[in-house]
Design a binder for this molecule. Structure first.
Ligand SMILES: [Zn+2]
Length: 219
């Protein structure tokens, strides 16, 4: 076990299956994170994996502003269907800026700013998330090779920089709706997310492919 991580686990029966719930406390940040695992996490075969960053509004309140809650549900359903996999629930609310700053950014978005500009108007980074602790959590679960469910190249890069081999990317897309369309478009156009239903301009074409192989070395 990584000396920076304190952990505990128990079984947790959910509507998606009988998972093992792993709690982790990062002694450096004081943050507590969670992982839900199903089945035997092999160290040789790539494990179906999702990194989910906490989104109180989407995950708990089922806000229609973003796609987080639906992505969380879809990832757990895919793990259940596979019979094996792991979902990390990372406590980095609002792409790492915290709940209050996220609420301030939402207020600006309600006045017309997009999600990137709103953060910048508040003097905050577009995305403050760090995937180092996610890599450490996976390693402590014995997972070194993954098939990652994500549309976000930054997650692939973040894991690979911290020693986790991303063998394959599996797109995780939710239904595009009028309420979340602008948010999905902004994530694709300004943050490099790979969303098939979104048109991107030629300046973003280098990151717009949905092929999996072009992501394995995302430098
Ligand atoms: Zn969200």
């Amino acid at each position: 076990m990584n000396s920076f991580l304190e952990s505990a686990n128990c079984s947790l029966t959910t509507e998606y299956g009988n998972f093992t719930l792993h709690g982790f406390r990062d002694k450096r940040s004081g943050l507590e994170h969670a992982a839900l695992s199903l089945g035997e996490l092999s160290t040789t075969k790539p494990v179906l994996t999702r990194l989910h960053s906490e989104c109180l509004t989407g995950d708990v309140f089922h806000s229609l502003h973003c796609d987080c809650g639906e992505q969380l549900q879809a990832a757990l359903e895919l793990i259940e269907a596979e019979g094996c996999g792991v979902l990390l629930y990372l406590r980095q609310e609002g792409r790492g800026i915290g709940l209050l700053n996220k609420i301030r950014a939402y207020k600006l978005q309600q006045k017309g700013a997009d999600t990137v500009d709103a953060n910048r108007m508040l003097g905050l980074p577009d995305d403050a998330r760090d995937y180092g602790v996610a890599a450490e959590m996976l390693a402590s679960l014995g997972v070194t090779n993954v098939r990652l469910m994500t549309n976000n190249p930054a997650k692939i890069k973040g894991l690979m920089e911290h020693g986790i081999r991303v063998e394959e990317r599996m797109p995780l897309e939710v239904a595009r709706q009028a309420r979340n369309a602008a948010y999905l478009d902004t994530k694709a156009a300004r943050m490099g997310h790979l969303v098939a239903s979104v048109e991107v301009t030629s300046t973003q074409s280098a990151t717009s492919s949905n092929s999996t192989t072009d992501l394995l070395d995302p430098r």
